[in-house]
Write a new protein. Structure first.
Length: 130
């Protein structure tokens, strides 16, 4: 009986290691944004969660992640934040754009995000494990 929990712990550890190594390569899209007047970070969190679910359902292979980051040290302007989205390949990044621009649900989610914030700067980076 004692072996079962050990096997479960080992399996969870292996999954975690695989997740970490996959998270260290691919592409990162970084969008610098500012909340629109009357909107909150909760509005952003809700819309971004919808975005993540939508792109993973509509991009073959999925495995797209998103983080909302705010400054802890440095420029702490209220309402200023960034989206950091992780894509496993350039193809998945391009496919997410197509889905957001051509499927009604994606267009609506994108509009919801634009209603909550203005994202004035966008960059795409290649990420390599080191």
């Amino acid at each position: 009986m004692k072996l079962l929990p050990t096997k479960i712990i080992a399996l969870v550890a292996m999954i975690g290691i695989c997740s970490i190594s996959n998270a260290d390569s691919g592409y990162r899209s970084v969008n610098s944004c500012m909340l629109n007047e009357g909107k909150t970070m909760d509005d952003i969190r809700i819309a971004n969660s919808k975005w993540v679910e939508f792109v993973n359902e509509n991009v073959e292979g999925g495995n797209i992640n998103s983080h909302i980051i705010t400054s802890v040290v440095g420029d702490m302007t209220p309402g200023k934040f960034q989206f950091v989205d992780s894509f496993p390949s350039l193809e998945s990044w391009a496919a997410h754009l197509t889905a957001i621009e051509s499927i009604a649900e994606g267009i609506a989610i994108d509009a919801e995000i634009r209603e909550a914030a203005i994202c004035a700067e966008s960059k795409l980076y290649k990420a390599e494990e080191s």
